[in-house]
Structures are given as structure tokens and as C-alpha cells.
Design a binder for this molecule. Structure first.
Ligand SMILES: Nc1ncnc2c1ncn2[C@@H]1O[C@H](COP(=O)(O)OP(=O)(O)OP(=O)(O)O)[C@@H](O)[C@H]1O
Ligand SMILES: [Mg+2]
Length: 250
């Protein structure tokens, strides 16, 4: 099976925390969607957040990015991140690939990649270097640079969403359900690339409902339900004890 190519990686030793979220709460109007969530990611880790629909996974990522009304503490690389002000957070090196991908459908692949590099102006030697790196990661995008993004397949759109995020050269990548609506084969391909990015040193926070896939890749995983962290799991134990069923899976 193609998915078997996705390998978990073990981070040895206590690496410093690159992201440290403490007691984060968020609300939409009167609806409280996060209740005092605390999670962390150590340097080099790929950490998964699992949980059913409505658990608060997207809200957690959006809150880290300063996109919700939230309280609590988010530290990135030992600096406090503001609870509002997404562009400041992005400039610090935290980049989100949102649920639903967020690419600009009428624009070409090349233009979407340019947008990802807006902080460096979208042209020049550094831009070309970054773009080359992204197109090496996702060769299918190279063949489709002038194609309208909306006409890409779902898998190619997800590759573009990740590629656009990589154009910002993130120091931490947040991913919201990259497998959503994709066939197993293309999901495995995208997760393999994420694993490759992680092994090259990029810390990743991966929200995923498809727990078995995420657990193959992750060093650690948190399980969310009803706006809270209900468990922290070691993917190796989950695999060996086959006790996945205590969580929800699909
Ligand atoms: N813009 C919004 N306005 C009001 N309530 C919202 C909004 N976005 C999310 N919520 C509510 O917040 C809660 C958490 O939603 P969230 O999108 O974070 O869940 P999720 O775990 O990402 O779910 P899914 O797996 O379906 O994407 C839900 O009860 C949802 O209805
Ligand atoms: Mg979501």
C-alpha cells in the first residue's frame, strides 16, 4: 500500500519547545470553542492533532495564527506571539495551510506561489530559489505553472496550498486536514512530502481526522474533543496496542 511509505520519525533527546501554547481559550461570539488548551511542539517534531468534527482543531490553528478572539499564551521560539495580528505572526515564521486550502482559484499556479512569497516581493533570486525548491517538492506543479488554480485536481490544489505556504519559508508549518476529500494515493503522496519536509528540520503541527495516517507520520499526537485536549498519545504505543478504537476513527 502506498501509505506504508510514510514513516514515523523519532526525535531523540529533549529538544527545546518551538511552540508552547498554554491555556488557550477562544470564542465565536457567545460560543466558546476552545477551553484552556495547552500543547507544545519541540524542535524537529511533527505533532498531530486528532479529533472529530467540531472538536476545535481548526479553531486551535486559527487561534495560534491570531485569527480568533482568544486568551491565553502562545510562545514561538521563546517569544510571545500576539493574540491578534496574523501578519506579525506570519513574519515570525508561523504559516498556516487552512482547511479548504485557501488558494485563489481564478489565479494561476505561478501567481499563487508568488502570493506565498509576498514578504520578499514575489520576484528576484531569493524568490526563484524558493520557487525551485517548491517545484522540486511538487513536480506536478511545475508542469502546471500557467494553469488556473481552480482547474487543478483536488490533490494538486493541496500541493499548491502547501507549496504556497513553503514560499514563505516557514519555521513552523500548521496544516489543517490536508487529506480532506482526497483519494488515499494522493493523500499518501502529500503526507510523504510533509514527512520529507519534517525530516529536513521543519516542525509541523498537523490537524487530521484520518488518525491512522497522521499517526504513521507523527512523533506525538494530541486528541481533542469538545474544545479540550482529551489525551496525548505516543503513536508507537497506539500502533503496538491497536487501541485506536478508544478514539473515533475514519
Ligand atoms: N465562524 C464560526 N462561528 C461560530 N461558531 C464557529 C465558527 N467556526 C467554528 N465554530 C464552532 O466552533 C466549534 C469548533 O469548530 P472547529 O471548526 O474548530 O472544529 P474542527 O475540529 O476543526 O472540526 P472539523 O473536523 O469539522 O473541521 C464548533 O462547535 C463550531 O460550530
Ligand atoms: Mg476543522
Amino acid at each position: 500500500m502506498a501509505q506504508a511509505t510514510v514513516q514515523a520519525r523519532t526525535v531523540t533527546g529533549a529538544q527545546p519547545k518551538i511552540l508552547d501554547v498554554e491555556n488557550l481559550s477562544a470564542r465565536y461570539g457567545q460560543v466558546v470553542a476552545l477551553h484552556g488548551v495547552s500543547i507544545n511542539i519541540r524542535a524537529g517534531e511533527l505533532v498531530a492533532v486528532l479529533g472529530p468534527n467540531g472538536a476545535g482543531k481548526s479553531t486551535l490553528l486559527r487561534s495560534v495564527m491570531g485569527l480568533t478572539t482568544s486568551t491565553g499564551s502562545v510562545r514561538f521560539d521563546d517569544q510571545s506571539l500576539p493574540r491578534r495580528g496574523t501578519s506579525r505572526i506570519a513574519r515570525a515564521g508561523v504559516v498556516l495551510v487552512p482547511e479548504g486550502r485557501g488558494i485563489f482559484a481564478p489565479m494561476s499556479v505561478a501567481e499563487n506561489l508568488q502570493l506565498g512569497a509576498y514578504m520578499i516581493g514575489g520576484r528576484g533570486t531569493e524568490f526563484e530559489r524558493r520557487r525551485d525548491r517548491v517545484l522540486t517538492l511538487f513536480p506536478r506543479l511545475r508542469e502546471r505553472l500557467n494553469q488556473t488554480s481552480g482547474s487543478l485536481s483536488g490533490g494538486e490544489q493541496q500541493m499548491l496550498a502547501v507549496g504556497r505556504a513553503m514560499m514563505a519559508e516557514p519555521r513552523l508549518l500548521l496544516l489543517d486536514e490536508p487529506s480532506l476529500g482526497l483519494a488515499p494515493k494522493v493523500t499518501a503522496e502529500i503526507l510523504e512530502t510533509l514527512g520529507q519536509l519534517n525530516r529536513s528540520g521543519l516542525p509541523i503541527l498537523l490537524v487530521e481526522q484520518k488518525a491512522p495516517l497522521a499517526l504513521k507520520l507523527a512523533n506525538r499526537a494530541y486528541v481533542m474533543s469538545n474544545g479540550r485536549i482529551s489525551a496525548e498519545v505516543d503513536p508507537r504505543e497506539i500502533n503496538s496496542h491497536a487501541d485506536l478504537a478508544q478514539f473515533y476513527f475514519n
